[in-house]
Design a protein around this ligand. Structure first.
Ligand SMILES: [Zn+2]
Length: 293
């Protein structure tokens, strides 16, 4: 099954819901970054949230970034999504390892530790919109729930899951987000709460073979709902040698001259996809000619 997301609405548009399956893109991220299981889980959960929040963007060129910084061994997670839900991201320390937590699960909260979550929405003009919270648990879904409640005043239920197999491959990954609009009735709210309480984890739903369509039906079955969109999801980085050249040129002649004087090849690294871009001294000299003094 390829990765995709469903966006749906229920009860006269008073409820909006997103269900995403993200196994392939989380696997790609784990392959690119050589992550340990707990790092795969932290990155995969955040990438899944990024896919969903990308689907919430209004403008075609809008971007959303989720930036988690923590005091735990993982130290942080960075994920950026565009409005087509192309996501890219990395963790600061992909080699972080921790014992399983008290309930036998990958200890994402412990790996992240106390810290902050920043959500940056870049809508193309003016300053980006930035919201920040102190982490509640570092488990990511809980932190995002708190973020939506406090920074955006939208009651939100979020489940994010990554199941890592014994061989460290990604067995299941996905997420569910449900938001209640101000006109949601008490009846609708309690109906959804009951459904969510009875629901097993998002990865167990996938493990049982349910599709996102079926998960929607399980949660919204008693309500009047409609699927507004089905979109494919993927991990994509937009870096290229050309973009890196432009960045180098923009440093200006003085900086480039210093690099040329070093007389050594330089190696630039894209954190998002772990790509390397080496530049020889000759190449730096031609960039120098293109740069302004
Ligand atoms: Zn890249």
């Amino acid at each position: 099954m390829t990765d995709y997301l469903l966006r749906a609405t229920a009860a006269n548009h008073s409820v909006r819901i997103f269900v995403a399956t993200t196994k392939q893109l989380v696997q790609k991220a784990a392959d690119l970054h050589h992550t340990t299981p707990v790092a795969s889980a932290a990155l995969g959960r955040t990438l899944t949230a990024g896919c969903i929040m990308g689907a919430m963007l209004k403008g075609e060129k809008d971007l959303v970034t989720l930036h988690i910084k923590g005091e735990g061994p993982l130290r942080g997670v960075m994920v950026t999504a565009d409005s087509q839900s192309h996501v890219k991201g990395y963790v600061y320390n992909p080699q972080a390892e921790l014992p399983l937590n008290a309930v036998g699960k990958l200890d994402v909260g412990g790996a992240i530790g106390p810290g902050t979550l920043r959500i940056i929405r870049d809508v193309g003009m003016g300053d980006p919109y930035v919201g920040q919270i102190e982490l509640v648990s570092g488990e990511i879904a809980e932190d995002l729930t708190y973020y939506f409640a406090t920074s955006e005043q939208v009651p939100t239920a979020i489940a994010l899951g990554v199941l890592v197999d014994r061989d460290y491959s990604i067995r299941q990954a996905g997420g569910i987000m449900i938001q209640l609009m101000p006109d949601a009735t008490e009846e609708t709210i309690s109906m959804i709460e009951q459904k969510l309480q009875a629901l097993s984890s998002v990865t167990s739903l996938f493990e049982e073979g349910h599709t996102p369509e079926e998960i929607l039906k399980i949660i919204l079955g008693d309500l009047d709902y409609s699927i507004l969109e089905r979109r494919d999801l993927s991990f994509q980085c937009n870096c290229s040698k050309e973009r890196v050249e432009k960045a180098l040129i923009s440093l200006g002649r003085q900086e480039l001259e210093d690099m040329i004087h070093e007389g050594k090849e330089i190696d630039l690294h894209c954190h998002f996809c772990n790509c390397h871009y080496p530049f020889t001294v000759d190449e730096l000299e031609s960039l120098y000619k293109a740069a302004r003094s």
